[in-house]
Design a protein around this ligand. Structure first.
Ligand SMILES: C[S@@+](CC[C@H](N)C(=O)[O-])C[C@H]1O[C@@H](n2cnc3c(N)ncnc32)[C@H](O)[C@@H]1O
Length: 186
């Protein structure tokens, strides 16, 4: 999974705006772009409808929007300032027609008929504890839809009982570097 150099540069410019504000870490932006590309390597599908929870400065969503140019995205972000920059960056990147920046608590979407059961893919990076990610993501997935979440190098697979309670399959946590939790809606 690679991006052409000009697209990578445009992404780095957009992510750099967030980095200046402290909303993206201090490492080289290329390393964050590469980490985000890892989500695309894990999935078994080409999503048409995707949701990113707690998008912050735009990771991994902005990178994945570049990977799948036909996919429609909702970027959910509770901070108004971060949501505003996300929206601006989507306009700058020319993707405003296929992205909605949703300034809301991700947990509020589980009661919204416009979102429930619609997503082929839900992503999250550094969103919060497993239980919170799963509780927010599971209702949004269609049957067979996938949830991919960044994992720490020493992470254990998520509890099977917790996943089943939310209608999700066993965690196929990857052994790649970086690692990802990976489950799907039963
Ligand atoms: C640690 S940052 C990670 C941001 C980005 N995903 C990344 O990896 O750089 C977590 C983000 O999630 C947002 N957030 C936390 N709880 C949330 C919630 N319940 N609903 C929506 N956004 C939330 C925060 O405002 C913050 O921007």
């Amino acid at each position: 999974m690679e991006l052409d150099a000009s697209l990578r540069l445009r992404l780095a410019q957009a992510l750099g705006q967030a980095q200046k504000r402290g909303w993206v870490g201090k490492k080289q932006l290329d390393s964050y772009i590469d980490h985000s590309l890892g989500f695309a390597r894990v999935t078994h599908l080409v999503p048409e409808v995707a949701v990113d929870l707690g998008s912050g400065g735009g990771l991994p969503a902005l990178v994945l929007m570049a990977v799948w140019p036909k996919c429609r995205w909702t970027l959910v972000e509770v901070s108004l300032a971060r949501a505003a920059l996300l929206e601006l960056n989507c306009v700058r990147l020319g993707w405003a027609d296929r992205v909605e920046v949703c300034h809301a608590d991700a947990h509020s979407l589980r009661g919204d008929v416009g979102f429930v059961g619609c997503a082929d893919l839900v992503t999250a990076r550094s969103f919060g504890p497993a239980e919170a990610v799963v509780a927010a993501a599971a209702p949004l997935l269609r049957q067979g839809g996938e949830l991919i979440v960044s994992a720490a190098p020493d992470a254990d697979p998520w509890s099977g009982a917790m996943l089943v309670a939310h209608g999700l399959a066993t965690d196929q946590i990857t052994s790649t570097k970086p690692r990802f939790h990976h489950t799907r809606k039963l």
